[in-house]
Write a protein that binds this ligand. Sequence first.
Ligand code: MSP
Length: 651
Amino acid sequence: MAKTSDRRTFTVTTPIYYVNDVPHIGHAYTTVIADALARFHKLAGRDVFFLTGTDEHGQKIERAAAEKGLSPKALADSVVGRAQGLWRALDISYDFFVRTTMDIHKTGVQKLFRRLVDRGEIYKGEYKGWYCVSDENFLADDVALEADGSKICPDCGKRASALSEETYFFRLSAYRDRLLEHYEAHPEFVRPQSRLNEVASFVRGGLKDLSITRTTVKWGIPVPGDPKHTIYVWFDALHNYVTAAGFDWDMGRFEKHWPADVQLVGKDILRFHAVYWPAFLMAAGLPLPRTVFSHGWWLKDDTKMSKSKGNVLDPHVLLKAFGPDPIRYFLLREIPIGQDGNFSHEGFLHRVNSDLANDFGNLVQRTLTMIGNFFGGEIPEPAPETAGDAKVRTGFDELKGRAFDLYGACALNKALEEIWAYIGLVNKYLADNQPWIMAKDPEKRPRLARVLLQAAAAIRGASYLAFPVMPRSAERIWGFLGEARKPAEVPWEALDFRGFGPGRKIGLPQALFPRVALKDFLAEDAAAPAPGPESTTKGVMSMDQISYDEFRKMDLRAARIIEAERVPGATKILKLKIDLGAEQRQMVAGIAETYAPEDLVGKSLIVIVNLKPAVIRGIESQAMLLAAVTPDNKALIPFFDRDVAPGAVVK
Ligand code: MSP
């Protein structure tokens, strides 16, 4: 790939997603890769155009809509809103969301179709062959007939339909040599390299002209001047990349954003993007994208996750439990772009608990808590750097350089690997220096200040480098560190380890990455009152005595319930939203057997707010209420008998 550092603009695209259903984790993967690249290149000072959208035409959507009793447009409208909601929840920062039903797109496609007709690249003929509606793809001639005389799509395994109709053909066969020359001259045109080899050998085998219109499909863009033909959905869809960039409604914008630097596609649709797409662009006289990057699939139980196989993971369940960053981190850290990955709850939890909660979360938590406890949140003038301290700084400077190159080369998993190796180094630095021991000796305060300053500066730097992948957490950590600016406001070049000095007001961290156990993630029982001696009226004196100081560690508050709802599929728990004066939180409580949601709203009760968050049925519970447990294991809540300010301390 061309060196990223000398370009001023950066365009990245995802495929446009079919609207037969809402996106799942597999689709989220491509979009998250694109988002991380877009965010990195913005930090690097480039004018970024990040494009995504929806593919709304064609027979597949026509059929899906008919099955649901909707018009195709109504189906598209309903799915688009939900898809955009998912992208918002995943913090996807796209610059433009294209829908192929937009006028700018339809007009652009018709113009390009006409241009190809005028240039003699398109001719009318007759198509006879087999078509797979699920993939919107014509089958190769060599696919064998089944015993019943039908054909099965070799890619998706579904039954294909026989077609025989008048069509317009695109002279794809004429592009064989030009495509091969292009691959030869631009080895970065398809990545990874192994995929380029596959594409080249396919093209070397010879190309047939491509049918690019259908008469039996109505849901699509009509052929200009011959409306009984509808433009083939892939001809229509591929051109979204240029119509959304500005062709030909704003040519200034188009020239700025096109050609794309990186077009991300799953390996199943590489052929469309590495063979048809460049041929269409050559035919129209438009520049070719620099790189089509083919990524692998997320598998579940070793098969591709897909709606038709019914094995998709619902991103909303993970989002509810973890928020966006652990999902983004996992998807990008687990595999290099290009390879397949297996998605299991166990693998996911293991990675996020170990890398995020343990390695990074604990580092932030410990460091900031020590700064709070030992220095009242403000690091004083530190002792000069020793050689050991300097390593934390120079280690960061080197990491910053490497991370730049790795992000620039789309090696996101490697960039994260390096950032986490550095986090390991900072953890080791704290373990070696033992600031908690230093704190006992007043003479060592300047050393203590230095160690905590190095650790805090390292945390700030590492969060910045992880920002493209975990923007929300990086922003929160910068907030805890008393940074007035957000990471996105600081150019990559300007980020300096030494930019973090003494004298800032550093806050206490709020739960960053909750540690979640698999059983808690999958179970609802975690919120139900625990049976045992403490849950009955007996055995009151059987528990150990605690000191007042121990009791004081509990942050108990008055909270007002502002929302209460049932959790679909769960019988014991309710989800509550509570007002704590300064903030609102959500929580899950095992009270569904004693209270109906409508009885709770407006009531005030006591909650503990500094208990580690738990994830119950995939929902993060950020507080726990106090309740008496009846002999038959039901919860009875003591409500306040008069008005109390939400957030009032209970002691
Ligand atoms: N509409 C076409 C693309 C047109 S682009 C001009 C399409 N849509 S799709 O919704 O079926 O798929 C979009 C992308 O999601 C593809 O790149 C596909 O590879 C990707 N994925 C779908 N399932 C996936 C996984 N299980 N794992 C990773 N990516 C997956 O094709």
